[in-house]
Design a protein around this ligand. Structure first.
Ligand SMILES: Cc1cc2nc3c(=O)[nH]c(=O)nc-3n(C[C@H](O)[C@H](O)[C@H](O)COP(=O)(O)OP(=O)(O)OC[C@H]3O[C@@H](n4cnc5c(N)ncnc54)[C@H](O)[C@@H]3O)c2cc1C
Length: 322
């Protein structure tokens, strides 16, 4: 019982980024405890995700059926609980996503194994997972030890870990048939309706120019937007900016917004509350501009300027224009 299972997630024929993030973390954990990584793929007959997964796992268990093209709650729960009972992995990672939020509690009930949700950090000490997760709506971080005998189930916050180009495989591929005794599913996905259609997707941006309350006024956002456009970046923000209806919710970074992983995160007039910082743990280079040199954002920043953000914005625009 030493394998780490990763439940692969996909939607509309595309592998979800969370799958690669979990495989990266699983690889790191597996190295620390001399374990193997098994990716579990439930997919449609024509879905071809193997190439992206095979290099990142030691084993790939694939079950294909047209019914599994879209997430099927009943079949996924049934198939995965049978696989977990048979293979008894030490640890199973599932995305903390709408898919995972449906699946993980059902698997915990079926297996009787402990489940910790929304994990931001995962370590294994003394053959037990120890995780950090947020509680009380993001006000506190809790360090949680999972007790009992293995296996353990965890859901992983999207963006909590990077998706790196790891090399474990090529995975040994095991193809499974859908068992003949599987009861018909009681639900069917008819179509996906994207609630954020047309909205900006800050989770995919490589450069985020992010504004906080320090921007002062809605009108000033235009000045920063000009800079973001000149830099080829995307505008994001802290929660007060959304609360004041200066930018739509889709732009918000943090515990009650999105976790982001840009190569560069330029924070302008953001104090650096932990609810905000939790959303940028996956960011590459963090650059902060704040007129208060004691602002906590500077502790999370690689580069900082204790300065008026508008002076910095104007200086950068001049430089880029000229
Ligand atoms: C349950 C819960 C969930 C939350 N979720 C989130 C979340 O997802 N995301 C989030 O961001 N927050 C979240 N918050 C709110 C969080 O606690 C902070 O209140 C918020 O992040 C502060 O935003 P801010 O840094 O923009 O504003 P402030 O804390 O008011 O900071 C503004 C900063 O701007 C600086 N400043 C002012 N003028 C200038 C200027 N001209 N030039 C340079 N700097 C200037 C100031 O020095 C100050 O540091 C949450 C809170 C709770 C309770």
């Amino acid at each position: 019982m030493s394998d780490i299972f990763v439940v692969i997630e996909h939607r509309l024929g595309e592998l979800r980024e969370i799958s690669l993030q979990m495989l990266t973390k699983a690889d790191e954990l597996a190295q620390s405890m001399s374990a193997g990584v098994t990716a579990v793929l439930l997919a449609g007959a024509e879905d071809g995700f193997e190439d992206q997964i095979a290099a990142r796992a030691d084993r790939l268990i694939v079950c294909r059926h047209d019914r599994l093209k879209n997430y099927d709650s009943d079949w996924s729960t049934e198939l995965l609980s049978r696989m977990l009972a048979e293979h008894r992995p030490f640890l199973t990672l599932i995305g903390h996503t709408p898919w995972g939020l449906d699946l993980a509690p059902a698997l915990a009930v079926r297996t009787g194994w402990p489940l910790a949700t929304d994990c931001l950090e995962i370590a294994v000490t003394d053959r037990r997972p120890e995780v950090i997760r947020q509680i009380y709506g993001g006000k506190m971080f809790a360090r949680v030890h999972l007790l009992g005998t293995p296996g353990y189930l965890l859901t992983v916050r999207p963006g909590a870990f990077p998706a790196e180009q790891i090399q474990r495989g090529p995975a040994h591929v095991i193809n499974l048939e859908v068992p003949a005794d599987l009861a018909p599913s009681r639900r069917e996905v008819l179509e996906y309706v994207d609630s954020s259609a047309g909205e900006v997707d800050i989770t995919q941006a490589e450069l985020l120019v992010s504004i906080g309350r320090g921007v002062g006024d809605e009108e000033n956002i235009l000045l920063v937007k000009e800079l973001a456009d000149l830099m080829g970046g995307t505008l994001s923000c802290s929660r007060p900016v959304v609360d004041k209806h200066w930018l739509p919710k889709a732009h918000q970074v943090g515990t009650s917004g999105k976790s982001v992983k840009p190569k560069v995160y330029l924070a302008l007039g953001i104090s650096g509350a932990f609810q905000h910082l939790a959303g940028i743990t996956g960011a590459g280079l963090v650059i902060a501009v704040n007129k208060d040199e004691k602002a906590p954002i500077f502790r999370a920043a690689d580069y900082g300027a204790a300065a008026d953000l508008f002076e910095v914005v104007e200086a950068l625009k001049e430089k880029l224009k000229g």
